[in-house]
Design a protein around this ligand. Structure first.
Ligand SMILES: *[C@@H]1O[C@H](CO)[C@@H](O)[C@H](O)[C@H]1NC(C)=O
Ligand SMILES: *[C@@H]1O[C@H](CO)[C@@H](O)[C@H](O)[C@H]1NC(C)=O
Ligand SMILES: *[C@@H]1O[C@H](CO)[C@@H](O)[C@H](O)[C@H]1NC(C)=O
Ligand SMILES: *[C@@H]1O[C@H](CO)[C@@H](O)[C@H](O)[C@H]1NC(C)=O
Ligand SMILES: *[C@@H]1O[C@H](CO)[C@@H](O)[C@H](O)[C@H]1NC(C)=O
Ligand SMILES: *[C@@H]1O[C@H](CO)[C@@H](O)[C@H](O)[C@H]1NC(C)=O
Length: 462
């Protein structure tokens, strides 16, 4: 076994390795040209141990994946390999990494003084980040003070102070953004953060014109039709449905559909799976990238695009400016002039008759808050920090926990995940994939803690 290789075999091996590397390089180059809208750059991320995105991803917008076995070791290696790269990459991303925490909180105080008048306040908050952590985290957020939509006597938010989440949880974090949020001050503040965590990847023009049309109550109220749906109830009960294989064969469909609202995400195929997962969709959460990936990958299992029904609302997770652009084009029935979704005709993903009242979009402060406080992954100390974000399913579930009175979660990852296929709709059983831009194990632990704390009820087989 351990004897020396014959020289000929060695030559073969080196030759094959060379060809493989060349192929990988070509694929990388082609990929980057095609996906030039991605915020991250391929070079800034070591490709060792990473396979190209295989289009199977449903939980993320990511182009890379690696197998579960490699996960810990590869991320350690990422940390090691990418130090110089992240030094370079992050200064453009987070503005000024050298600023101390003291300075940034002073900044927040003066911001607060300035914007109190404008009714768009920045609160200076107890920070969870360590004192040496850079502005990248930006653990200061806008606030929205809404009266609660219900008088539920026993809801999640009333229960939070008695749990270990008391200090992390902000009761007035804006979950959604809409017309009022686009101001020059807010643009300055949020442009510091890239991707889903801010407006750093979106021009002021796009924000102004896209957020500008989100000016109806349905764009800022999560449950805009609550008066019609309440049916005498004092509490909003939500079913939040992930796509995990754990749902296969459970016949939970009726129970899920019996909630006031049903949340779904990405490749949620329903046709043929109604017994297990239900058939209603009140809220469909996605980013343009994850939706398009799902449409490519899951057409075989019957996923043709976002669900369309009278009750369905669409919640964008804005990763890029393409999300703002698609949202505006879809709700105004106009063609898209630029970008991957460019079209001669208005987009039809959401049905021909969709109106602006059907669209909502998560506030970047909400995504950054979730990353900083609930899913502060070790990946943030690695080269993957620029691409890391909570998964789309995690944002959906935590948004429900911040808005619903009661939450039942189905199809999210549980400690016995290796017993189930990746998705309930997989044609063939295959094990759960892990992605470099999410920390699914950390999310799994968070679901356990939220369940034990009584802030949600997580469906588990055992
Ligand atoms: C990581 O590498 C060590 C040895 O270097 C090995 O024992 C361990 O099983 C690996 N962990 C994973 C998750 O592959
Ligand atoms: C970063 O902050 C330091 C000190 O506050 C300042 O001198 C420097 O100009 C800043 N750099 C950038 C790029 O803003
Ligand atoms: C601030 O918002 C409150 C309601 O949230 C409103 O009553 C008040 O008039 C607003 N103030 C300004 C200056 O817009
Ligand atoms: C936003 O758009 C409106 C017109 O829709 C325009 O009047 C306004 O000046 C724009 N604001 C900014 C900051 O670009
Ligand atoms: C409304 O409540 C009644 C009584 O609890 C129930 O029978 C009915 O099915 C509910 N309707 C809807 C649409 O949920
Ligand atoms: C779903 O369950 C059936 C019956 O137990 C099994 O044959 C099938 O492989 C499962 N499919 C997935 C994707 O887990």
């Amino acid at each position: 076994m351990t004897g020396r290789l014959p020289p000929r075999l060695l030559l073969w091996f080196i030759g094959l390795l060379g060809i493989a590397l060349l192929t990988l390089f070509i694929v990388c180059v082609a990929f980057q040209i095609q996906e030039s809208w991605q915020v991250m750059s391929f070079q800034s991320f070591p490709s060792k141990h990473l396979r190209l995105f295989s289009d199977k991803n449903d939980r993320s917008s990511l182009e890379y994946q690696f197998s579960a076995e490699n996960k810990l070791n590869s991320s350690e290696e990422l940390e090691h390999n990418s130090l110089q790269q992240s030094d370079v990459g992050d200064s453009s991303e987070s503005g000024n990494d050298t600023k101390s925490d003291q300075e940034s909180s002073d900044q927040a105080k003066s911001d607060q003084a300035k914007s109190n008048k404008a009714n768009s306040t920045i609160s200076s908050l107890k920070t969870v980040a360590k004192p040496t952590e850079p502005d990248f985290f930006g653990d200061q957020y806008a606030t929205d003070d809404f009266p609660s939509q219900t008088n539920c006597p026993n809801n999640i938010r009333k229960h939070v102070p008695q749990t270990q989440f008391a200090d992390m949880f902000l009761h007035n974090i804006p979950v959604l953004q809409w017309a009022k949020h686009f101001t020059p001050e807010e643009y300055k503040r949020l442009s510091q953060y890239r991707g889903a965590h801010g407006w750093g990847s979106v021009s002021a023009e796009v924000l102004n014109s896209s957020l500008g049309i989100l000016n109806t109550p349905a764009n800022w109220l999560m449950f805009d039709d609550w008066e019609k749906s309440a049916n005498g109830s004092k509490c909003i009960r939500c079913a939040v449905v992930g796509n995990g294989g754990i749902l296969n064969g459970t016949r939970k469909g009726k129970e899920i559909d019996a909630h006031h609202y049903v949340f779904r995400v990405n490749g949620a195929a329903l046709k043929g799976f109604e017994n297990d997962v239900g058939s209603r969709t009140s809220f469909y959460t996605f980013s343009t990238n994850t939706m398009r990936n799902s449409m490519r990958s899951y057409a075989r299992v019957g996923y043709r695009g976002p669900p369309i029904s009278k009750e369905t609302r669409y919640i964008f997770l804005p990763d890029h400016d393409r999300d703002y652009i698609l949202m505006k084009a879809a709700s105004t029935h106009t063609a898209i002039a630029t970008g991957p979704e460019r079209s001669k005709k208005p987009p039809t993903y959401f049905g021909k008759d969709v109106t602006v009242e059907k669209f909502k979009i998560y506030h970047p402060d909400f995504i950054r808050y979730l990353r900083n406080r609930f899913l502060h992954s070790k990946l943030l100390k690695t080269g993957a920090r620029r691409i890391y974000r909570p998964s789309t399913g995690a944002v959906m579930l935590l948004a429900a926990i911040h808005t619903c009175d009661q939450v039942d979660a189905y199809g999210f990852m549980t400690p016995d995940y290796s017993l189930y296929s990746d998705h309930y709709y997989d044609k063939q059983w295959h094990k759960v994939h892990f992605y470099a831009n999410h920390d699914m194990r950390m999310e799994m632990r968070l679901w356990q803690e939220l369940h034990k704390a009584g802030l949600m009820n997580l469906f588990m087989r055992k």
